[in-house]
Write a protein that binds this ligand. Structure first.
Ligand code: G3P
Ligand code: CA
Length: 349
């Protein structure tokens, strides 16, 4: 069996402001196999790493008087959103901004890095991964996500052409490249399947429906995509699914059959998002500290890895690495998929 992948979620977002070169570099140094940039587009069509078009939550733009007039209200995938939007800034303008911690009330230590780092381009992230691969003597891959692809396409800033161009320029548009391309939408992945050589990942939320399906009047929800028929369809264009972890084991500890179903369809499973803090952990794994103190995240990850999950998105990549090592050290083999997942979870508590 292949060793499960540890994916540095937004870099090492548990330790540094997300989507900064410092966050990605730390992720690699903590043992992540892949760096995960979410990609959006500047006004001049450059891919940069941000989790959403609105940049007021993760940069200091709100404190820049020269950009005060750029504050607007837009509708992003049906959601009315106020703030500053990356597509209204050229790369040159964006480079004047500094990244800040997204959740300072949870990760107070990270606010010490506010203002230290800029917003990186995708090309800079690819260069960083190459440099770190050389330095660390192992392959550090990249796991880019196209964020709100229909939204950006409607603005004339489609994400896919510059993504493909950047991968090609870096020599990474090939089937064996250490790259996965992911999306919460369906249509852009289908289209990319015919254009890119790297494996694709269909992301799946616990609720709701893909924005492009909603816009097209397609009634299917994310959960509809996970039926055996839905998984077979995904297997036609993707190599893996990236489900919300609650779709694998829900907060009450109930295990679904998703891992076995996906594997039966020939799809790997890369689940998101694992975080150390008590507030993000199931009740039985929280420590006696407060909601922002670390709980037993290794135990949570071990439960997923024992189910045969093939990859995990981790805000704290070192925790993922520790869980993988703990699993490898267990005297018993990974539980066969034919065994009841419910038995698995009960026996691991
Ligand atoms: O992309 C998978 C994982 O990152 C979850 O999505 O971008 O909302 O954090 P995101
Ligand atoms: Ca992501």
């Amino acid at each position: 069996m292949r060793s499960p992948l540890i994916i540095g979620h937004r870099g090492a977002a548990g330790y540094r402001p997300e989507h900064t070169l410092a966050s990605y570099e730390l992720a690699a140094r903590l043992g992540a196999d892949f760096l995960e940039p979410d990609l959006v587009s500047t006004a001049d069509g450059v891919l940069v790493a941000r989790h959403e078009p609105e940049i007021g939550t993760t940069t200091d733009v709100a404190h820049r008087p020269e950009f005060a007039a750029r504050r607007v209200t837009k509708v992003v995938d049906g959601v009315r959103t106020h703030g500053w939007f990356v597509e209204d800034f050229t790369l040159e303008e964006l480079r004047t901004l500094r990244a800040v911690e997204r959740i300072p009330e949870v990760r107070r230590a990270n606010t010490g890095y506010d203002g230290h780092f800029g917003v990186p381009t995708f090309e800079e992230i690819l260069a960083l991964a190459a440099r770190l691969s050389d330095e660390l003597g192992r392959v550090v891959g990249v796991y880019p996500e196209t964020k709100h692809p229909s939204y950006f396409a409607a603005l004339g800033l489609a994400l896919e052409p510059p993504l493909q161009a950047a991968l090609r320029a870096a020599g990474l548009d090939r089937p064996d490249a250490p790259v996965f391309v992911q999306s919460f939408e369906v249509a852009n992945l289908r289209a990319l399947a015919g254009r890119l050589s790297v494996p694709l990942v269909q992301l799946v939320e616990a609720d709701g429906a893909p924005a492009d399906l909603v816009a097209a009047g397609d009634p299917r929800s994310y959960r509809d995509l996970l039926t055996p028929a839905g998984l077979a369809e995904i297997a036609g264009y993707a190599a893996a699914i990236g489900p919300d972890k609650d779709l694998v084991i829900d907060p009450d500890g109930v295990v679904s059959g998703l891992v076995a179903d996906a594997h039966a369809a020939g799809l790997a499973v890369h689940a998101y998002t694992f975080r150390d803090e008590n507030r993000f952990l199931p009740a039985d794994l929280r420590s006696v500290g407060g909601p922002n103190d670390p709980g037993d995240a290794v135990a949570e990850l071990t439960r997923f890895l024992r189910l045969g999950v093939d990859g995990v998105f981790c805000d704290h990549p070192d925790t993922g690495v520790a869980a993988r090592a703990a699993l490898a050290a267990l005297p018993v083999p990974v539980v066969p998929e034919s065994r009841s997942p419910a038995q698995t979870i009960r026996s691991s508590r």
